[in-house]
Unconditional design. Sequence first.
Length: 190
Amino acid sequence: MRWSGRSRKETEISTSALGERVTGDIAVVLCDNKLDTNLIYLGCQMARSAKRKVHLIRVLEVPRALPLKAVLTQESDRAERLLHAAMEIAEKFGCEAVCEVVQARDAGPAIVDEASDHQCALILIGLIRTNNKPVQGLGKTVQHVLTYALCRVWLIQDPAPRPQPIAEQKSSFKGSKETTVCTYNHHFSP
């Protein structure tokens, strides 16, 4: 088989991303946010190049007031739509993919267990920052996955949104031309 330069390079990059493990699939954690599509594309591209399977995982956290096997109709329907869209992307990429909806009390342990059960070499998980404050904690799910996963974990973080101008005011400073001043709704905590 003759390798094109691009195919060989893509395979080498995808294989090195999986670490020293010779085998193992890729788990892509879907959180029903804007990063999901990016994670699916990244996971599928690496899986196709490394000839691995993608496990598209959506965890539904069940409140403690309900039994663990409770039927969560709205959440399940939404998860099914999300995974259906994810499978369409995987099919376009031509990579083998499996979808799983998991109900658990806490998402972190469920993600680690799923990745371990399927002997995944890599977990892709996303985090969206909601403000520009320094990151104190990554949230219990991401922290659990980073601490207890038995494979590599890639955390993809979207930056915090830029502050939006509340009002633009015209201001004149003594001896200068008229200037536009923007006020931002941006708070920093000490």
